[in-house]
Design a protein around this ligand. Structure first.
Ligand code: ASP
Ligand code: MG
Length: 410
């Protein structure tokens, strides 16, 4: 069966009555004379709320019941009473997982399971609001490893499952974003914000003509409009530019989304659910020629710089490899690395919330050298990374957000 499009809805387009009505109209229009696959995120704010529920359950906090009641009644409001049965079933299941956490303590797989309810509820609701649409639980199709909160997809199995499932299917499928399952059938998530990526996985597997990402902004902008008044929507950018931008601060699209689509040259269209007439941003194999060498400026905050300095590193090959391997083992994402050719200083940037883990592991690894003062660690917290992206230009620069100076650990 031919599926021409995958549509993905997220941000505040799912969550409010106004948004859900617009979503339904866009889906109906798109499916007028063709089959469409639709991926939906959880209602706006719900994944965070579910994370709060996990925390409350872990701490055996009485506020948990109230939080769940709020969550369930918000979803019920989006459907007429005769459609509540399934929501009530899910609500019981959710309670059972949270009670298990209260009694037996928390495992990562429980968090993944709790988080899955956001997308399971929203996809079910969107499907119920559109006649001839059917609900698809992506856990049946997306097969992953058991890194429960940030799982990697097994593409051989997943593509096979998707193609087999959709062969002969017609109409509108409404698929949960964000979630998959292990070989054993345990629930996993593909990481925060990964519903975009999920849409790309379906697009690539079904060889669609386009993957449309519908959210609540007009497209990818040349800079953050909150920071730069003259920021403009970019009509067209390349896959590579989109990856750089997404990774370095433009929150409109998850950075991994482009990966499954590049090989098949399937373009992505960023659109605004609340302003569907605007053309949006097209991400494709081409970039628009531009007079200016600089196309986009992005920034990310809450970054820490770690500087490993020391004569112990001089002339010994593999200093950087040793440090990066350490970060890999701790699952810490290294955002940037710079190294002087002498190896005298290796400097890298990580998200601030991973700083204490990074420091502990470095202190352990270089314990001897730190003791005899041939290596020292310097930390610059609260930094921002500003990235300038342009045709053939990629420049990074750090600025300090607060006037703090380096802290030395030696
Ligand atoms: N609901 C998930 C999150 O908030 C996935 C997504 O929205 O893309 O991270
Ligand atoms: Mg998103």
């Amino acid at each position: 069966m031919i599926f021409k499009k995958v549509l993905k809805f997220g941000g505040s387009s799912v969550g409010s009555e106004e948004g859900l009505k617009k979503v339904a109209k866009i889906i109906r229009d798109a499916s007028y004379d063709e089959n469409v696959a639709v991926v939906v995120s959880a209602f706006a704010g719900v994944t965070d709320q579910l994370l709060r529920c996990v925390k409350l359950a872990k701490e055996k906090d009485k506020k948990l019941k109230e939080e769940i009641n709020n969550l369930i009644s918000r979803h019920k409001k989006a459907l007429s009473k005769d459609n509540w049965q399934y929501i009530e079933k899910l609500s019981k299941e959710l309670l059972a997982v949270l009670e298990k956490i209260e009694k037996l303590g928390l495992e990562e797989k429980d968090t993944a399971c709790v988080l899955s309810f956001g997308e399971r509820l929203s996809a079910y609701i969107v499907a119920s609001r559109i006649s001839n649409a059917y609900f698809v639980d992506a856990r049946e199709l997306i097969k992953t490893d058991d890194n429960f909160l940030n799982a990697s997809v097994d593409f051989t199995k997943t593509n096979h499952n998707i193609r087999r499932f959709f062969a002969g299917k017609k109409g509108i499928s409404i698929i949960t974003g964000f979630i998959g399952s292990t070989q054993k059938g345990e629930t996993t998530t593909l990481g925060r914000g990964s519903s975009d990526y999920m849409a790309a996985i379906f697009g690539a597997a079904l060889d669609t003509e386009v993957v449309e990402i519908w959210g609540d902004v007009d497209g990818i902008m040349s800079a953050d409009p909150k920071l730069v008044k003259t920021a403009q929507v970019l009509p067209q950018i390349s896959f590579e530019e989109a990856i750089e931008m997404a990774y370095f601060g433009a929150k409109v699209i998850h950075p991994v989304t482009m990966v499954p689509l590049i090989k098949k040259n399937i373009p992505i269209l960023i659109k605004n659910t609340f302003n569907p007439q605007t053309p949006g941003t097209l991400i494709s194999g081409q970039t628009l020629a531009s007079d200016s060498p600089v196309k986009v400026v992005t920034s990310i905050d809450e970054v820490a710089l770690v500087n490993v300095v020391g004569i112990s590193l001089v002339g010994i090959p593999g200093g950087a490899a040793r440090i990066l391997e350490l970060m890999r083992q701790r699952k810490i994402d290294v955002i940037l690395v710079t190294q002087a050719s002498s190896n005298h200083a290796i400097c890298f940037a990580i998200k601030e919330d991973r700083l204490s883990t990074a420091l502990k592991s470095l202190e352990k690894e270089f314990a001897e050298e730190i003791k005899i003062k041939t290596v020292s660690l310097q930390v610059f917290p609260s930094e921002s990374i500003i990235t300038v992206i342009g045709k053939k230009y990629l420049l990074y620069r750090f600025v300090q957000r607060k006037s703090q100076s380096a802290k030395s650990y030696s």
